[in-house]
Ligand binder design. Structure first.
Ligand SMILES: [Zn+2]
Length: 255
């Protein structure tokens, strides 16, 4: 998982951002009762504005004290929101990788349908424990130190491309990296097929170019997140990434 270098914004944006959030919240509450297409569009804009404004509110960011929704399929793990301490993975094997049981059935169904259409993809990386993430990070720090960087710089540099232990979505068992885990995946037949069909099986491309200012992660064509069929369809319909979607649901009173 590549992590985008985040910009530190001035603290003085705080009150402005708070005012924008309140306005966005009021707007979304006012229109969500209408239930029309326009209302959906407005709600979508409000959710987006709230996330963007809050993202500028400080270095800590809008999800620093994030309270998880009760639906485990919507667990949010990003640079600010750690894996919940109570999180449990029930392992299932796919392509020599561990994934959580929650995605297993839909993933195998998706793969089987793709294969019938002569489209092939595989899980290159699935579940990763916090300890494994620590090892990955420690190895990268060592490489940097051997290249002559002092300890602090070696760590900072490694953290630019490797998520902090506890803050990788791969800890959930609901995230998968496909095929060669490279940008070339975007020009593959498998990618084109997934763009059309992954949501039908409950998977969304987690990190898109146009959402990188919200997710904090550069575009990753190979990283898919299981959220279940209903949520995937809704996220696709509204054009929301997971950060925006959970804010959108919270505004509708979902806990
Ligand atoms: Zn990944």
């Amino acid at each position: 998982m590549k992590k985008k270098k985040s910009k530190k914004e001035s603290q003085t944006t705080g009150p402005v951002a708070a005012a924008i959030i309140v306005l966005a919240l009021l707007l979304s509450m006012a229109v969500s009762a209408l239930g029309s297409w326009e209302a959906q569009e407005a709600a979508k804009d409000a959710a987006q504005q709230a996330v963007e404004a809050a993202a500028q509110a400080g270095a800590q960011g809008p999800f620093a004290h994030y309270r998880q929704l009760s639906d485990p399929l919507l667990v949010l793990v990003n640079d600010q929101a750690p894996l919940p301490g109570s999180w449990q993975v029930t392992p299932r094997m796919v392509d020599d990788e561990v994934v959580d049981i929650r995605m297993y059935e839909d993933y195998t169904a998706m793969c089987a349908q793709a294969a019938r259409e002569d489209v092939w993809f595989w899980v290159a990386s699935g579940y990763r424990s916090v300890d494994e993430q620590k090892e990955v990070l420690a190895r990268a720090v060592e490489v940097n130190k051997k290249a002559g960087m002092p300890e602090k710089e070696a760590k900072e540099d490694a953290l630019r491309t490797i998520a902090r232990p506890g803050y990788s979505e791969h800890h959930t068992g609901l995230a998968i990296d496909l095929n060669d885990v490279s940008d070339s995946f975007e020009s593959s037949k498998a990618y084109a097929w997934l763009q059309k069909h992954s949501a039908e099986y409950g998977f969304v491309q987690r990190y898109r170019e146009e959402k990188s200012h919200i997710t904090g992660i550069d575009k990753e064509s190979w990283h898919y997140r299981y959220v279940g069929r209903a949520h995937a369809a809704e996220m696709e319909r509204l054009g929301l990434c997971l950060e925006e979607y959970v804010v959108y649901l919270q505004k509708q009173g979902i806990r």
